[in-house]
Unconditional design. Structure first.
Length: 278
């Protein structure tokens, strides 16, 4: 069986992340990661359970290491967690770069004890939609072609389906939408560089983007997404996936046809038969 082509050049991603650690402005560039942390902390505070063996899978231990008493491991292809050893596993802001996201989630499920909780948070499909459109239009105008420049992040419906395919019980997917403002396109690209989130697609062009393409992209961005105050809008979306390791104590769906009451009675409406064909 042939393997599908890799989406991410993992060596390039590692290089970008290592370079980002040395850049000034990194702390400010990780504002989205801090938002993700705050959301995770709020969600966990609402769960009526005390987690005694949590683990976090992430490329950003300086942020998500703040989760209390958690074992923090990198988002390697093979996650360094022992099977059945944790009651909580958090996959934080790294799943969007995985070449095998289902495999990552399956490993998280296997690391959970029965009835353990998994939370995964990652950028969703609407993230950087303005930058994606501006770069594509600029490159098409200047060069007459297109190349992969912004990671194609998953839509919430597709990401939620990953939890089911990975074998989680009671899967839920929801999202947080934010609009951020920047002074310029270079300022936006600077934040992406400082966060280690620049282009690491395996199919990317292996040369620097020309100044003419970047200048045209900035012009298009300013024309289409500028504010009256001269700022540039950027959309960021965080998708949160929730699922539980299966356990017999969890709620189970009823068998089809097992209902003991009519929906029409519950709604206090008259039941009308469907019209016959013809």
């Amino acid at each position: 069986m042939t393997q599908p082509p890799a989406l991410t050049d993992l060596a390039a991603l590692a290089s970008h992340r290592a370079r980002a650690q040395t850049l000034s402005g990194r702390d400010e560039a990780l504002f989205l990661h801090r938002l993700a942390l705050a959301d995770l902390q709020e969600r966990l505070s609402e769960v009526n359970r005390r987690f005694t063996a949590p683990a976090v899978v992430t490329a950003f231990p300086e942020i998500f290491g703040a989760l209390p008493a958690a074992r923090v491991v990198p988002d390697d292809d093979m996650i360094a967690l022992d099977p059945g050893s944790h009651d909580l596993v958090v996959h934080a802001m790294s799943l969007h770069w995985a070449n095998d996201p289902i495999g990552q989630l399956v490993q998280c499920r296997r690391a959970l004890k029965p009835d353990g909780l998994c939370l995964a948070i990652l950028p969703g499909g609407r993230t950087l939609q303005e930058l994606r459109v501006s770069l594509a239009e600029a490159e098409a105008r200047v060069t007459g072609g297109l190349s992969p420049r912004v990671l194609p992040m998953g839509e919430i419906r597709d990401l939620g389906a990953l939890m089911q395919r990975a074998g989680f019980a009671l899967p839920v997917a929801d999202s947080i939408l934010q609009t951020v403002e920047y002074s310029s396109v270079p300022a936006l690209l600077g934040d992406l560089r400082a966060a280690g989130e620049t282009n690491a697609l395996a199919a990317r062009l292996r040369r620097f983007t020309s100044r003419s393409v970047l200048a045209e992209a900035a012009r298009i961005y300013e024309s289409n997404y500028g504010t009256p105050e001269g700022r540039l809008k950027a959309t960021v979306e965080l998708v949160v996936l929730t699922g539980w390791a299966p356990h017999s104590s969890q709620q189970q769906p009823l068998r089809p046809g097992s209902a003991k009451a009519r929906l029409a009675d519950a709604l206090s409406v008259a039941e009308k038969p469907l019209p016959k064909d013809g």
